[in-house]
Write a protein that binds this ligand. Sequence first.
Ligand code: SF4
Ligand code: SF4
Length: 387
Amino acid sequence: MQLKPSVQGLLCNTITVVVRISSRCNLACDYCYAKTSNASGSTSSFMASETASLVCEQFLSLPVKQVDFNWHGGEPLLSDPTVLRNALQTQHRLLMGGSAPATNKVQTNGTRFSDEWLSLLCEYPIDIGISLDGPARFHNRHRSVTDERPSSCHDDVMANMAKLRQIGLPFGTLLVITEDMAAAAKEIFDFVTDEQLSVDLLPCFCQGPLGEVVPPSIHPYSLARFVKEYFDQWIRHPDPPTCRILEDMLGGIIGIKPSTCAYRHHCHAFYSVDTDGRLYPCDLFLGQPDMCLGDLHSESLLSILRSPRTAAILSSITTLPDDCNKCNWLAACGGGCSAHRIGRTLDSAGRYYFCGARKSIFQHLEKFIVSNECLFSPAKTAIRRRP
Ligand code: SF4
Ligand code: SF4
């Protein structure tokens, strides 16, 4: 029997919820998806403390082993830190009452760390993710305080990262790969190693009003080129910096379960909540009216998750395209991120935009594994077992 995706979510060990505590941002990045999600009509720019605590109560009442809260924006550090402080206190109270444990992460543009926010981040075990698009010439072209480009906000982020290091707060970085980076994998890898960063790579994917892919999205061919060249640097480095997508892709080929959703076909365990308490699947759908699952102020999370509407919406993003079901790479690839499918509707799974890139990267990695037998002998066995 095939379980509904919303029920599968409840059977997961871990559920992730991206909580948008601020829809405002002090930057105007050219690829920002919040521009479209802000059109959703949420009446509040900032999440109220009661809503943030309600989100914690509702998610921690689910029968799962862990809830990962990702405090997001807009720019989350523009909001009043008391909102997160109160939410963490609510989590602590619920944990004392026997609820599942929670983890917390703040994803920030890295330009604003007030003393109040720094003291909160020092006080609680909150992971910090900073958006940083490599060297200044790329970062400042896409990430800017106003529409004027290039900007100088790279300096602010680097200065704040130095401050975090000084006070002993660890952080990771998220790097969006845009078309103009296609030929710059080595330059970016050198920057990452010089700065001793741990990096998640994310392909830039922006759509226009008719669903067409628009700049500065990276073309699948360029993505394949970038990732393969980055991998060639990374795998030969004596102390390679953490890079989850490469670890997931290599691991996937040799039969290790990937950690990131876009390689796990795991969208049913990801939700997001807008500033006003409305619930959506993963934040890449946040603010899209046809993807709204319900309002946590008027209905319990459990009843929203059990509703036929949630089942229909989640099934539209978890149903794989036919090509994936026939693909030899499915176990390693997971079918790609559902939000990056072209032509996806409630009735059609669409097509994963970066499919060609993934196939090309998997082939490159597999070739490396096969020619480095001593490093990867279990991998070769797994590869031979593939249909
Ligand atoms: S490589 Fe393409 S067809 Fe194969 S599983 Fe991934 S997205 Fe689907
Ligand atoms: S839509 Fe993409 S980012 Fe969101 S949960 Fe699914 S795979 Fe992950």
